[in-house]
Structure formats: structure tokens, C-alpha cells
Design a protein around this ligand. Structure first.
Ligand SMILES: [Zn+2]
Length: 470
């Protein structure tokens, strides 16, 4: 009997071991490995260089940059089996690529780990010394509602292609005490799946609005009703954790299931080209296999529709003052409209103000850690684009102050920004936002009394202090 039991237990153990092994293999197979993949940096100096790079077969060399032009920093991901060929070919056409990342998978592994160098910062179950997956973000948003029942409402504004929730929070410090015409702001993150620093920044802004004691942050947080959505492409974002770290688009594979190529990065729709504002006119593609595929028609995607319907509701309610979209990488504050350059930027009536406000923000941002951000329209400082969410929100949603942030860095790590940079990135962005808000008030976009209030407070304190001294 005992011998029988032993043999049974042995068999069970073997079964469990085999199951665990199969599970491990399945996981490993599902997750695309970038072991020994390299990233090269090239700055093309001539039109010939640009032509050589443009002609490289995209199914073999994966460009992190959407566009190649003279003097722009181009990052190219190269697989181990193409490396020697790539280096030889570049030498033959007199281009000297600089090895920027020697093993992409090593950075992916590092990104999954919490940073040990940054100070810790927590709110509830959430911290910013590490990147969080979709479930953790959603759990936290719901947790906030319980932590701040009078201030925070968790809200789901739609579902993705694969049925995931598009969830955010409404933050209202004066719920029920505002008139009909309350000032509103909306923040969007994670439209591009692989740009992990975007949700990490947007969640930080939520934390600051709820907990900061800085009077200017408090003023910004409490003057507006904020509608904040950290991940508006939940399928894509999840996919970067489970299958392929380099995924950018949504996960609608309907329009061409056969374009996986060497990278398994085809299919899907670029949500930030899917909006109905000069849709698919420039800087977008009609090819479902391209990274900038605009989709079969404007606002074809449920993720896009969710944003569109929500913004239209806010527009109808009036006073949609802010709309901020967060992306990475390249350290820029982009002003609408993304297809306008040169003097044409003035087609946007308040371009001058938006420029002034963002320059002020960028200067303040630099003071924190020396990080430099460029300011301008995408066509002026990056490349012309149409169908982007923030352009649509400006043009059709009529929001007053609209920006797209391209967060850290300038390509050193690119999408694989180490977790040790999350908090410094977030801190400098928060300084920037507060400064921009002050700029907006100075230009008369809305009236505010935070500085006056702060001055009065300090006067009261000084008088009190003097009284004690006497
Ligand atoms: Zn992006």
C-alpha cells in the first residue's frame, strides 16, 4: 500500500514537472526574444545616406524612427543573423553606424525589474520605481476610488478590439459644488503600446493631483475637473508584456493577417493615425503591415471611438481647456497641427500662445535635471503627420490648450527607458505642467488666484512671525 502510494506520488510529481515545463516553454515561445538583437544609431548626412536607409528592407531591419531625414537620429534594430551583413553593407556605402544597444533583451529584462537607485514613491498598491502592467494599473485606478470616494470616480469609456476596458479616473475636488461651466482637462496615455513611460507619467500626474502639497499643483488639480486615461490602447499595452515588447499599434488584425514578416510586428492599426482629422493625408500609411497604418476608415477602431465620443461630450459641456497626450521618445512638446510647418503654423489661431506657454514649460523642465525638450509642430521639428488624436481634439473637439509630449529619452534607450528614469522623468514633467499652467493664466486663458493666495498666505505668516519676534 505504502509502496503504491509512493509510486503514485512519484507519478504525480513527474506529471507536475512536465506540466510546469510545458507551461514554461509556452510562455517562452509566446514572448518574442530580442536576445543579442542590436540597435544602431545613424545620423544621415546626405540625400544618398537617406536613400540608402530608406531602401533597406523593412522586413529585415526594424526602424525605431518613423521617418528618415538628413541630420535626424535614426535608430535601427538588427537581428543577430543580419548583424554582420548590415555592418558590411553600411561600410560599403560609407555610413558609420554607432552601436547604441548591444543586447536589446538585456534592457527588456532590466525594464521588468524595479529600480534600486531611485527613491521610492508609493500611493496605495502603486509605485513608480517600476513599470506596471495593465491589470496593475486598472486595479490601482479602482483602488483610488475607494481611497478618495469624494474626489475620484473610476470610469470606463469603452472596450478595445479584444474586449479590454478603456478605464480612467475623473478627479474632481469640488464635486457637486461647481456650476455648469466647470473648467475641464483631459489626459491620454498609452496610445502607442511600447511607450511604457507614457502610462508611468500619466499615473504620476494622477498621484500628484491627489497628494501634492505644492500650492501650484494643488491649484491646477482643484481648479479643473480632470479626466485621465493612462492606457487608451489596452490590447497593445498588454501585448508588450506578454508577447512582443516592440508592439506599437492596436491588436485589430482584420485587415491583413499575413504581414508578420521577420519581426512579428505587422497588422494592427496605429490609433494615433486613426482620428478623423485630415485622416490618412500625410505621415500615415494605407498598408496594414506598416507601423503607421491609419486603418480602413477614420475612427474605425473602438479605442478611437471611445476617445472621440468622450471628448465630444466634454466639448458639449463646454470649457475643455486642456488636452495632453503622452508619448515617447525624443523629448519634445508638440503643438497642433502636426501637418503645418513654417509660417503655416499660424493657421492655428492660438499657436503663438501655445508656443509661448510650452517654451516656458520646457525652460522650467530643464531646470530640474538639465533635460532639454524641443518645442514646435511635428512637421517643424519631427515629421508631418495627420490623423493624430491631439490634432483631432484641437480641430474638432475645440479644446483650448493642446499638446503632445514625447517623453525621455533622445534614443539612448528609446522605448526601453530604464525604470530608474521613471521618477526623474515624471518630476520634471510635473514642473513643466505647472509652469505651463501658470503661463496659460498669465495669458488670460482662465483666471486664477493661486499665486495671490500663496502671497496672502506668506504675508499672514510673515506678519505672524514678526509679531512673535517682537
Ligand atoms: Zn507614440
Amino acid at each position: 500500500m505504502i509502496a503504491l502510494e509512493k509510486s503514485h506520488t512519484k507519478k504525480m510529481n513527474l506529471k507536475i514537472t512536465v506540466l510546469v515545463f510545458i507551461f514554461a516553454i509556452t510562455l517562452t515561445e509566446a514572448y518574442k526574444s530580442y536576445e543579442n538583437y542590436k540597435v544602431y544609431k545613424i545620423v544621415p548626412k546626405t540625400t544618398e545616406h537617406v536613400q540608402v536607409l530608406t531602401d533597406l528592407p523593412k522586413e529585415e531591419y526594424y526602424f525605431w524612427s518613423d521617418i528618415v531625414k538628413i541630420d535626424s537620429d535614426v535608430r535601427i534594430l538588427v537581428s543577430p543573423n543580419k548583424n554582420t551583413e548590415f555592418v558590411k553593407y553600411m561600410a560599403s556605402v560609407k555610413i558609420e553606424p554607432v552601436l547604441a544597444i548591444s543586447n536589446v533583451q538585456e534592457l527588456i529584462r532590466a525594464q521588468m525589474q524595479p529600480s534600486h537607485t531611485t527613491k521610492s514613491s508609493k500611493l496605495g498598491s502603486f509605485s513608480w520605481d517600476q513599470y506596471h502592467n495593465l491589470d496593475e494599473i486598472h486595479t490601482w485606478l479602482n483602488e483610488l476610488e475607494k481611497m478618495y470616494p469624494d474626489i475620484v470616480t473610476a470610469i470606463t469609456i469603452g472596450r478595445s478590439n479584444e474586449g479590454r476596458n478603456i478605464t480612467g479616473v475623473i478627479i474632481d475636488f469640488k464635486a457637486g459644488a461647481r456650476g455648469n461651466n466647470s473648467l475641464t482637462g483631459m489626459i491620454e496615455g498609452g496610445i502607442h503600446a511600447r511607450e511604457w513611460i507614457s502610462p508611468a507619467t500619466v499615473t504620476w500626474i494622477i498621484k500628484e493631483f491627489l497628494t501634492s502639497k505644492d500650492p501650484d499643483v494643488r491649484f491646477m488639480a482643484e481648479t479643473f475637473v480632470w479626466h485621465i486615461f493612462p492606457v487608451i490602447n489596452p490590447d497593445g499595452y498588454s501585448y508588450t508584456f506578454t508577447d512582443n515588447r516592440m508592439w506599437r499599434k492596436n491588436r485589430n488584425l482584420l485587415y491583413n493577417p499575413n504581414c508578420t514578416g521577420n519581426w512579428d510586428l505587422g497588422n494592427g492599426i496605429d490609433l494615433n493615425r486613426n482620428f478623423d482629422f485630415l485622416w490618412n493625408t500625410i505621415g500615415a500609411s494605407s498598408n496594414p503591415c506598416d507601423e503607421t497604418y491609419a486603418g480602413p476608415s477614420p475612427a474605425s477602431e473602438p479605442e478611437t471611438k471611445a476617445i472621440v465620443d468622450y471628448v465630444l461630450k466634454l466639448k458639449e459641456a463646454g470649457n475643455l481647456m486642456y488636452y495632453l497626450a503622452f508619448h515617447s521618445y525624443s523629448q519634445m512638446i508638440l503643438i497642433p497641427y502636426s501637418h503645418l510647418s513654417g509660417t503655416n503654423v499660424l493657421d492655428l489661431p492660438n499657436y503663438g500662445d501655445l508656443y509661448e506657454i510650452s517654451i516656458r514649460g520646457a525652460e522650467k523642465l530643464k531646470q530640474k535635471y538639465g533635460t532639454e525638450y524641443e518645442v514646435g509642430t511635428s512637421a517643424d521639428i519631427l515629421y508631418p503627420v495627420t490623423g493624430a488624436s491631439f490634432d483631432w481634439v484641437k480641430g474638432i473637439g475645440n479644446a483650448t490648450i493642446v499638446y503632445l509630449f514625447e517623453l525621455r529619452d533622445k534614443g539612448e534607450y528609446g522605448f526601453l527607458l530604464p525604470s530608474s528614469q521613471i521618477i526623474p522623468n515624471n518630476e520634471e514633467i510635473m514642473e513643466c505642467l505647472v509652469e505651463m499652467d501658470k503661463g496659460a493664466r498669465k495669458l488670460g486663458y482662465y483666471s486664477g488666484t493661486s499665486n495671490l493666495y500663496a502671497s496672502l498666505l506668506s504675508l499672514v505668516f510673515s506678519v505672524g512671525f514678526l509679531t512673535i519676534c517682537q
